[in-house]
Design a protein around this ligand. Structure first.
Ligand SMILES: [Zn+2]
Length: 296
């Protein structure tokens, strides 16, 4: 949890810990951003994105992480994050449940890609696909972020994979994704080194696109698009849908479409956002079951 509102990797690490004696030596750092976790926010309480501070002196959180990474001889680093549901494998109408990235590394003025990182990234994605063939799998484009940790650890000589878990249409709480990621980590522990085909698998993954919308509502020729949101404030948690704001020029790709009577469509359309409870209270069977499936 380098970003305090991205807990799926943390849950997966707990599953790895509970599975008993591992074959490899692991250094697990489940919590990097405690103040962000308390507030369920991406940034620290000082407003800092820790994943953009790999090359700076300070803050304390990233200094501690760097001291751990620089002190060992690691064969693989995994940076576990969550991604929002708007990400989908390019051309597919399902959310990306797992996206991977072998961050770009630039050494001695010569650009190169780290093949071990690509082989691991493709292997991790392939292992998850073996378990859940119907989920969405993608890779991030490897734009170079100088200040991100993935690029920094790659350049330290540690093959690094950034893992971004997402939702599935049956499970917006990501419980099942964390379960599967825990199983994948256990398998990695057993295989120890990635098969070379991992590189091909990685390069053949579709790119992560950001044009997905969770819900399309239709009535006659009227259409509106909605995005699922989640909020945690101190002890309370709520979820719901908000009108989707179009991203760039690409047409939105809806994951689910529901046809409504005009009266119901107009009622939903009259507000910019709905909590899942409000939506459940006013809506008919199909929309009500969508609302019921949202995280509570
Ligand atoms: Zn993140």
């Amino acid at each position: 949890m380098m970003h305090g509102n991205e807990p799926t990797g943390f849950e997966a690490l707990l599953r790895l810990i509970r599975c008993g004696r591992p074959q490899c030596d692991w250094t697990l750092i489940p919590l990097v951003n405690p103040s962000g976790i308390d507030a369920f926010t991406r940034l620290t309480s000082e407003g800092i994105d820790l994943n953009r501070r790999a090359r700076d002196h300070g803050p304390l959180e990233s200094d501690l992480l760097k001291s751990v990474l620089a002190s060992g001889s690691f064969k693989l680093a995994l940076n576990l994050h969550d991604q929002r549901s708007l990400f989908c494998p390019n051309g597919q109408a399902i959310p990306s449940s797992l996206s991977v990235l072998a961050p770009r590394c630039i050494n001695q003025d010569q650009e190169s890609f780290s093949e071990p990182a690509q082989a691991w990234a493709g292997t991790i994605s392939g292992l998850m696909r073996d378990l859940e063939p119907n989920w969405g799998y993608a890779r991030f484009d490897d734009a170079y972020y100088t200040t991100a940790f993935g690029e920094w650890t790659q350049e330290l000589g540690i093959p690094t994979v950034t893992v971004e878990t997402g939702v599935t249409l049956e499970d917006y709480s990501r419980e099942r994704v964390s379960l599967r990621l825990g199983e994948v980590l256990r398998t990695i522990d057993a295989i120890r080194s990635p098969p070379f085909e991992g590189i091909t698998h990685y390069l053949n993954l579709p790119l992560n696109a950001s044009w997905g919308v969770d819900l399309e509502l239709r009535s006659g020729n009227q259409i509106s698009h909605w995005q699922v949101w989640e909020e945690v404030q101190s002890q309370s948690h709520s979820s719901g849908i908000a009108k989707a704001i179009p991203q760039g020029n690409a047409a939105p790709i809806p994951y689910q479409t529901i046809n409504l009577l005009k009266r119901e469509f107009d009622e939903i359309q009259a507000k910019d956002s709905w909590t899942s409870l409000e939506l459940y209270a006013v809506s008919s069977t199909d929309l009500g079951s969508f609302a019921e499936a949202l995280p509570k």
